[in-house]
Design a protein. Sequence first.
Length: 207
Amino acid sequence: MMYTSKGVIPNNYGWLEVQLSKKVMTVLKKYIKNQGEDYTRGLAGNIETSNHLVDENDWFYNNVLRGCVSDYIKLFGKGSIPADSVTVKERNIILHQFWSNFQLQHQFNPVHDHGGVFSFSIWMSIPTDWRQQHELPFSKHSKYPLASNFSFVYRNILGGDMTHQYKLDKQSEGMMLFFPSTLSHTVYPFYSSTKPRISIAGNLHLD
């Protein structure tokens, strides 16, 4: 035997894919119905409207988000929280910002990240199908058809640019992505529908 070798995989962050129950979706739809003041100016999105939401009696936090924080730590390790571990022990993680998004055709969210420790995005209503979107003339023959996609953007261990695409359709409704707040992401425009794409997002901060 001339040599031995072993692979070394460094610790790295990732994200959670969370499928929300019908009960949770019903509560979130109620929140949207009772949404508050305009929040568009506080966000990166080039979209129609965004509005503050209120998590009544911390129901969504206690029934979903608190568990996601725990699941994330179990999956990626104690060092996976993108904040000082001592600070986390001394302070609570709270839902600090919570809002709805109404995106119309041709509108988009540029590449951006969020403030806080963790963030999430939930697809409430998707009026298009990625298969049809990727068949549009300007996208059909592209090497990278992206119309209507949601994309995470990050660098690998060698410094190369990486993306992870979510191709959205009706089956995406009820899915939540739970991720470190500094993970960059973007939402591409959709076309051929006058109905809005509705989503919910939020940030978890240290109290």
